[in-house]
Write a protein that binds this ligand. Structure first.
Ligand SMILES: [Zn+2]
Length: 466
């Protein structure tokens, strides 16, 4: 009997809570990425600032995003030197300040030429014996590295056509792909863009309504929203990707593309309910098993598509789900579905907190829970650490989300946040996870300390992060 069978008939306890005044009224979402994981994000309804409305609001142009992208309020999650070992020489050592992701350049689609490899400045990295043999230490095997200067790319239908060079998501790795011509990437995008609108038309036809198409370098959104609100969702994707790439100096953890992750974002519950009936007959959703649960959730997933309910923006600003799902889909794809729950979900929590300064999207599996956490999870983690309530790694690393309680969620968040203090190592760690190495084995190998020492450092870091 599968895990799913065990829980499928359980009462889910997720009738909308009448206690909206209390912090947690939620809907949840089923995440089925490549069939390996079914995690239900809960949307916590305490940041609902949008007025109730049947229609997507016509918003003012979005404000410039916060400059803080790496861990909440200043001082809450300080940098912490966890390793006394020599950092890699170039490019950039883990302790360096990350390149700040570029801010919101709304509509900024200025042409850029194909990126030329900076041959003179480039110094190859030595092989890392902790990585699988033959892994390029520069790109971790992705064959691409982030753009040297990354501008956000958000194209809303109706915007003028972008310069193709703007759409290219990365550049060839100068170490292992030095003979490649950047023009290849331009040509690839040209070919992709020739058919890029087809899926959008399909979704409009399925839903029987116009949707606003938004393209980023890493997914396509089909939004039942005003163009301004839809644009903000694209900007949220780009902010999440920019954060991950700039921190890890790698493209390894951002493998999704517009053709491999589609995001159908519906504004109200009525339309969302309609989409569930429609998706029953769509091939990529056939593997879904919890159809009876979907109406109560914030989203459900096929093999390439997230279908989500923005709940009119009342449960949480819609961008939170976008950031959280972008992180979750990317780490899941990067690790080929081999990451355990603490890593997948912890990475989603960490990224949401890093980009949006709050965690409002919580994940559960098969059954909803009554997690009651404030949006500042750094503070929650500190509090729990002080009360000795965090979950020991021994109990966390192989645990199943279905049995999690609030300390599990917070420990997963805090553990990933701790490991992301050395983001280059974090990316290398996920390379081993992709190859089927356990976290218990991969962590000491990559972080250079026994597991118990690393855990002790993590606990100390959490306590000192206030
Ligand atoms: Zn490489």
């Amino acid at each position: 009997m599968s895990k799913l069978d065990r829980f499928i008939h359980r009462p889910t306890g997720c009738a909308p809570r009448a206690t909206m005044l209390l912090i947690f009224a939620f809907v949840a979402a089923l995440v089925l990425l490549d069939g390996h994981s079914a995690a239900l994000p809960l949307v916590v309804a305490q940041d609902a600032k949008q007025p109730p409305s049947k229609q997507p609001p016509s918003e003012k142009p979005p404000k410039k995003p916060s400059k803080k992208t790496d861990g909440g309020k200043k001082g809450e999650l300080p940098q912490f030197e966890i390793l006394p070992v020599d950092p890699p020489k170039t490019p950039g050592k883990p302790g360096d300040k990350p390149t700040k992701p570029k801010g919101n350049d709304k509509g900024d689609l200025k042409p850029t030429k194909p990126e030329k490899p900076a041959k003179g400045a480039f110094k190859p990295l030595p092989d890392d014996p902790n990585l699988p043999e033959g892994t390029c230490p520069m790109c971790l095997g992705a064959t691409f590295v982030p753009h040297a200067k990354r501008l956000p790319y958000v194209h809303v239908e109706g915007d003028r056509a972008p310069a193709i060079a703007m759409v290219v998501p990365w550049q060839f790795c100068p170490q292992c792909q030095s003979d490649r011509d950047p023009q290849e990437l331009i040509d690839l995008e040209k070919a992709r863009l020739a058919n890029a609108g087809v899926t959008h038309l399909e979704w409009e036809k399925r839903m029987g309504m116009p949707l606003v198409r938004v393209e980023t370098r890493h997914n396509t959104l089909h939004c039942q929203m005003s163009p301004d609100v839809a644009r903000r969702q694209g900007e949220a994707v780009e902010a999440a990707i920019a954060y991950i790439q700039s921190k890890t100096r790698s493209c390894f953890l951002t493998p999704t593309r517009p053709s491999t992750h589609e995001f159908v974002y519906l504004w109200d519950k009525e339309t969302y309910l309609k989409s569930i009936e429609i998706c029953r007959n769509v091939e990529e959703f056939r593997r879904g098993e919890d159809w009876h649960l979907y109406p109560k959730l914030a989203c459900f997933n096929g093999t390439t598509t997230t279908v989500a309910n923005a709940a009119e923006g009342k449960s949480a600003p819609p961008e939170h789900l976008v950031v959280s799902q972008t992180a979750l889909w990317n780490i899941t794809k990067a690790t080929n579905g081999h990451a355990k729950d603490w890593l997948d979900v912890g990475f989603a929590y960490h990224t949401e907190y890093a980009v949006k300064n709050k965690v409002l999207i919580e994940y559960v599996r098969y059954q909803l829970n009554d997690t009651r956490l404030g949006p500042n999870w750094a503070s929650e983690a500190r509090k729990m650490a002080g009360e000795n309530k965090l979950v020991r790694w021994n109990d966390l690393l192989d645990s199943d989300l279905v049995a999690w309680n609030p300390p599990h969620h917070v420990t997963a968040f805090a553990t990933v946040s701790f490991l992301m203090q050395d983001p280059v190592r974090f990316a290398k760690f996920t390379v081993l996870i992709r190859d089927g190495v356990s976290a218990q084995e991969a962590l000491p190998k990559i972080y250079g300390r026994p597991l118990d020492q690393l855990e002790a450092l993590c606990g100390k870091w959490i306590l000192s992060s206030g």
